[in-house]
Design a protein around this ligand. Structure first.
Ligand code: ATP
Length: 237
């Protein structure tokens, strides 16, 4: 499997505050990757730098064979990177309008067809399509966030904590939806999470700690690592 996204020795931050200290990772075509990290580890910073919302200070980002380290965010979206922030949607726009914005760089015809796919995946959204994002439940908002991201027909979806603010029941549902979409849409995914429920569907897991990737491997390797078990699963043996 070739790499779709390769990040090498990435450094980034805010003003004088450096957050990423040489992070490296890769996502292969059709692979689901989970980036685990505690609060403040730098997950959001890493995803925003991949999306082009933050500037890389040093290092390199290669997507689909092209160096995008200095590319503008719209170029990255058009090139096939879909980014879902933690909030994910615009609460003051309707469901329909959110989807339309998600497909901003696509034609109206493409958007109409793609919205139908989304309504098929998420029937609730069809029912509420004229309602404001703000009026949706937490779970429905997440689904809208996912659907909005998929509107651009991305090759790679990067998501910032899709579990945030959700009850355990809905977290399970989000994991199921992402698993389904990964298979159905042959999506490559990079999901930043602190909730370990997500590792069940990860083909590869990275751990980000203080702005550095300290682990990369599969679920078995992760569970076999004592320090990680203690930090993320609260068990010492
Ligand atoms: P969380 O789960 O809390 O979102 P995270 O792993 O996504 O954590 P980041 O949001 O990337 O972590 O934050 C990493 C560090 O960068 C933290 O120390 C945070 O205080 C700092 N930071 C985040 N945003 C800014 C900002 N706009 N200006 C200055 N520092 C920031």
């Amino acid at each position: 499997m070739g790499d779709l996204l390769t990040i090498s020795a990435l450094e980034s931050g805010y003003g004088l505050i450096q957050v990423l200290w040489g992070s490296s990772l890769s996502v292969s075509l059709n692979q689901s990757v989970v980036l685990l990290g505690v609060n403040g580890a730098g997950k959001t910073t890493l995803l925003k730098t991949i999306a082009g919302l933050l500037t890389a200070w040093n290092g390199k980002i290669v997507f689909d064979g092209i160096d995008i380290t200095r590319a503008k965010p719209n170029k990255r979206i058009a090139g096939g990177i879909g980014y879902m922030s933690e909030l994910g949607i615009f609460p003051n726009l309707t469901v329909e309008e959110n989807l339309k914005l998600g497909g901003y760089f696509r034609t109206e015809k493409q958007n109409r067809k793609r919205a139908e796919d989304m309504y098929e995946y998420f029937p609730d959204l069809k029912e509420y399509r004229k309602k404001m994002g703000a009026s949706l439940s937490g779970g429905q908002r997440k689904m809208l966030g996912v659907a909005k991201t998929l509107m651009s027909n991305p090759k790679l979806v990067i998501m910032d904590e899709p579990s945030s603010g959700l009850s355990p029941k809905f977290v399970k549902k989000v994991v199921e939806v992402l698993k389904f979409l990964h298979e159905r849409e042959k999506l490559s995914m990079l999901i930043a999470e602190q909730n370990v429920s997500f590792i069940d569907f990860a083909q590869k897991i990275y751990i980000l700690d203080k702005g550095q990737v300290t682990f990369g491997g599969d679920v078995e390797e992760l569970k076999g690592n004592d320090t990680i078990r203690k930090t993320y699963f609260g068990i010492s043996h």
